[in-house]
Design a protein around this ligand. Structure first.
Ligand SMILES: NC(=O)c1ccc[n+]([C@@H]2O[C@H](COP(=O)([O-])OP(=O)(O)OC[C@H]3O[C@@H](n4cnc5c(N)ncnc54)[C@H](O)[C@@H]3O)[C@@H](O)[C@H]2O)c1
Length: 445
């Protein structure tokens, strides 16, 4: 039986694991497999990334260089662009991107490309696991028929499962090994073998009855965040009108020990997951004639936050008898969240673009992002790239307005309050004491 063969290989440490896509998800996972004694091969289309892995040089913040070096030098991990080597892998995990098309429909072309490479080499005795976030049904409806086209049979010849990734970049508390992993196979054997694989690298595996359940669970998790952040953002807009501090309201509500979970407002959603994943669910819902209204509403509220931030800048400048047009605006933090080097879907792009379209002279400072490119929808202002500026006294004093878009911990907020004229704080980065002592005018989201 294929299941027993694969489980035996995993248990004995002889299983060879292939990880397709060595990004934020795939690289930490491949390193973890190697750390736990399996031989891992990373498959990349980006030859620069493959070469970097093979030199033991990490390009992902959450993967310490020492761990990568150790995995590579012990010959438990190597990366390749040669997909022919997939034939030698017993377990193959797909960790490729799942973006949206311009129409906000799922773009599973990367999954299809990876699955196409597997299909060409699929052989008896392999377990394939999809990790990329996607709509319920992708594993069963798309991957399974592709693999069975080769004449091989599920369970008899190969196994197929879905297991969503939950990595939280920049979170030092939760890493690959201590985040419970949900696993759902296309068959019970597939679930069991995939659970055995992840059981090697994570402390807790939660098996579910199907791949669809696992796919839906991931989308529920991220939709839950998008909807609750939408609620917090709506609350922030309301509190602004009421003259109440939203964060104080949320902190007070969060003292309730049951039935409440704190979510905080911000300048808009960012990253590769929360702004995109709910669309995978609403798209699937529409296929079944169902309109997912919470998702639509959260998207509407969250996507208006950058515009709201620009409005706050305009109001602050107006108080000083200045116009946005011609003002110098310094954006602090452009990564989509604190202390990481990732600008994907960052609201900073939209905020800067909107400010520049109104004639502001925008500069930015981000200790993690040296250069910012504007593409696609963020080019209303011609999309000239920007480079991070040093936070010198002159830069701070010269800005008509500083906007805290991302609250990186390396920024000296006390100095910011002392030297700036006007600050728009979208993250509650300035505590009450700083605000009280500040010479700058401060507007909170
Ligand atoms: N980043 C996160 O925080 C996070 C968290 C949970 C889930 N996810 C999901 O995990 C998946 C991967 O996300 P990510 O953030 O790691 O993306 P990423 O862009 O960081 O990495 C994907 C990698 O796959 C490579 N790639 C693309 N097509 C390929 C192919 N055909 N063969 C081999 N390599 C290929 C790319 O070059 C890139 O290095 C997505 O579905 C995402 O939604 C991401």
């Amino acid at each position: 039986m294929v299941k027993e063969e694969i489980e035996g290989l995993i248990e004995s440490g002889r299983a060879r694991v292939g990880v397709i896509g060595l990004g934020y998800v795939g690289l930490p996972l491949a390193v973890e497999f190697a750390r736990r004694g399996l031989r891992a091969t990373g498959f990349e289309v980006d030859s620069a990334k493959a070469a970097s892995v093979n030199r033991g040089e990490s390009y992902i913040g959450d993967v310490p260089a020492a761990a990568l070096k150790e995995a590579v030098s012990s010959e438990r991990l190597r990366a390749t662009t040669d997909f022919g080597e997939l034939a030698g892998c017993d377990c193959i995990v797909i960790c490729v991107p799942t973006p949206l098309r311009k129409t906000k429909e799922p773009d599973i072309s990367y999954i299809l490309a990876a699955a196409g490479e597997i299909r060409r080499r699929l052989r008896r005795g392999q377990l394939v696991v999809l990790e990329s976030t996607t709509y319920p049904g992708t594993t069963d409806e798309v991957l399974l028929p592709m693999f069975e086209e080769q004449g091989l049979k599920l369970d008899e010849d190969f196994l197929l499962a879905f297991s969503p990734e939950r990595v939280d970049p920049g979170n030092p508390q939760f890493r690959t090994d201590n985040i419970p992993k949900v696993v759902g196979g296309c068959t019970d054997d597939s679930t069991a073998a995939a659970a055995a694989l992840y059981g090697r690298v994570v402390r807790e595996v939660h098996a579910v009855s199907s791949a669809r359940v696992a796919e839906a669970a991931k989308l529920l998790e991220n939709t839950f965040r998008a909807v609750n952040i939408g609620m917090a953002n709506e609350m922030a807009r309301l509190c602004y009108h009421l003259g109440i501090d939203t964060w104080e309201v949320i902190r007070a509500a969060a003292t309730k020990p049951f039935g409440f979970m704190a979510f905080y407002p911000g300048p808009g959603l960012g990253g590769h997951c929360i702004p995109l994943d709910p669309h995978y669910l609403s798209w699937k819902a529409r296929q079944h004639g169902f309109e997912s209204r919470f998702i639509g509403l959260a998207e509407e509220v969250n996507s208006r936050m950058p515009e709201h931030v620009v409005q706050l800048v305009a109001e602050g400048l107006n108080e000083e008898r200045k116009a946005v047009n011609g003002s110098r605006v310094l954006v602090l933090g452009v990564a989509y969240k604190r202390d990481i080097a990732d600008v994907r879907e960052s609201p900073a792009l939209s905020i800067i673009d909107r400010l520049r379209a109104k004639g502001a002279h925008v500069s930015y400072h981000d200790p993690f992002i040296a250069r910012l490119n504007f593409e696609g929808e963020h080019t209303a202002s011609a999309g000239e790239p920007l480079e991070s500026v040093e936070l010198t006294d002159d830069v701070l004093k010269g800005a008509d307005c500083c906007v805290i878009v991302t609250d990186h911990s390396a920024v000296d907020y006390k100095r910011l309050c002392e030297l700036s004229k006007l600050i728009v704080d979208t993250r509650n980065a300035l505590g009450r004491d700083l605000r009280r002592a500040a010479s700058a005018s401060i507007i909170k989201l």
